[in-house]
Design a protein around this ligand. Structure first.
Ligand SMILES: [Zn+2]
Length: 423
């Protein structure tokens, strides 16, 4: 169990009077105010570094806070500790005879689930426990057409990576506004492979992280694959057997871990009827990792494919099927590639780790993981400019909310307009 100080609650009789001190004299900013009608109070949060002060202003004379002030005067009311799993913590505490106040697991400010520990169990301090509301996600298969090609953006669940590593040189104060970090400084990401269907058949781009993970790794990356690629495929009436071609953008585990499975103790291809076209130089890099990329390349994801004789190596950019074109970008890895989906004058781009989320649409918002960031920058500049001018659809493989959309520019500011999916 790990608890992090979230905020300190202070009961105030009069907000204006309190702000005269906390804001005007101390210089703290009110970051947010929230009326919690069920408690008869308004909570005003003042940012103080990683934690906050919460000024509790009673809105009705018979609220708990009003009665508290009447009895003891204004002052320190409670401290709030944030925990990852409230139910787990409560059963742990209850087993040790810790006394709670009121109903456990009710909803507090900001949609968090909360519980209070009685001061008699906490050495005279009222302790609030809080489990933050989960980061918003929107999985589910998203389908749209590009000319005569049908695109289904699938999903292979969620995971988390260090927020700083995801944004490179961008300061945390900037990226955190777009995508908040958890108590381990990780941000919520999705894995979204994409399926293309045409008169020539089907092709799957990337295939998620798969299931070959030890408990410790699941915990490090916070894998949540309760809704995974098998579910996504069955949502559109397909199974692994129906995929004849799996094209990886690169061989990192969050893109290609799903290429193999363990069945009766043996590693074998996850898609039993598929060929796997792989760029030869990427294979070389993946099978000769160095200190900087070793954690991302896992032999068990790709070596069993070679043994099974289902890999087709290629060397250069080319069209793998009519309307499906591979273009090497480098940058993220030496051979990272994006996939252009083109038909009847329309274009969608599976940008993989070139533009992993909608927060990465600014040219210099480049991952710290990238081996060749200047290469990423040059390619992003060109590709995004083109995408804006020609209204290309961008597929955001790691975005937990938006699977695909248009990058727009207004008054020099870029934003994403989510695509209207057909289902
Ligand atoms: Zn990735």
């Amino acid at each position: 169990m790990k608890a992090v100080l979230d905020h300190v609650g202070v009961a105030v009789r009069d907000l204006a009077e309190a702000l005269a001190f906390y804001r005007d004299a101390l210089g703290l900013e009110v970051a947010a105010s929230e009326n919690v009608a069920s408690q008869g109070l308004t909570a005003h949060f003042l940012q103080t570094g990683a934690t906050r002060l919460e000024l509790l202003e009673p809105t009705s004379p018979d609220s708990v806070i009003a009665r508290y002030i009447e009895k003891r005067g204004p002052g320190l009311h409670h401290i709030t500790l944030r925990v990852a799993n409230l139910d787990q913590v409560l059963s742990h505490l209850m087993a040790r005879g810790v006394r709670l106040v009121g109903e456990a697991g009710r909803t507090g400010a900001e949609g968090a689930r909360i519980a209070f520990i009685h001061p008699s169990s906490a050495h005279g301090v009222l302790v609030e426990l809080k489990e933050s509301a989960p980061a918003p996600v929107n999985l589910g298969v998203k389908r749209f057409s590009v000319g005569s090609l049908r695109v289904s953006v699938l999903y292979d669940g969620l995971f988390r990576l260090d927020g700083g590593a995801m944004f490179g040189i961008v300061p945390r104060t900037m990226w955190e506004k777009k995508t908040p970090a958890d108590d381990r400084y990780r941000i919520q990401l999705a894995m979204r492979p994409a399926l293309i269907e045409a008169d020539w058949g089907r092709l799957l781009i990337d295939c998620g992280a798969g299931d070959k993970w030890a408990d410790k790794e699941r915990e490090i990356y916070a894998f949540d694959r309760t809704r995974n690629l098998d579910h996504a495929l069955s949502e559109i009436g397909l199974a692994a057997e129906d995929i004849p071609l799996v094209l990886p953008t690169h061989l990192h585990f969050d893109h290609f871990g799903g290429a193999t499975v363990i069945a009766s103790g043996q590693l074998r291809p996850r898609f039993p009827n598929a060929r796997y076209p792989i760029r030869r130089a990427e294979w070389e890099d993946a099978t000769h990792p160095h200190e900087r990329n070793r954690a991302s390349y896992r032999r068990d994801d790709f070596e069993p494919l070679l043994a099974a004789g289902v890999v087709d190596f290629f060397d250069d950019d080319h069209s793998v099927k009519p309307g499906v074109r591979i273009e090497r970008t480098g940058g993220h890895t030496g051979q990272h590639q994006v996939i252009f989906i083109e038909s009847e004058g329309q274009t969608a781009i599976f940008t993989a780790d070139l533009i992993p989320t909608t927060a990465h649409i600014q040219d210099p918002w480049i991952m710290g993981y990238d081996l060749f960031p200047m290469e990423t920058l040059a390619v992003k500049r060109r590709l995004i400019r083109n995408a804006i001018d020609r209204e290309h659809i961008i597929i955001f493989e790691h975005d937990p909310l938006i699977a695909a959309g248009y990058i727009r520019e207004r008054d020099g500011r870029r934003f994403v307009e989510a695509l209207r999916y057909t289902s």
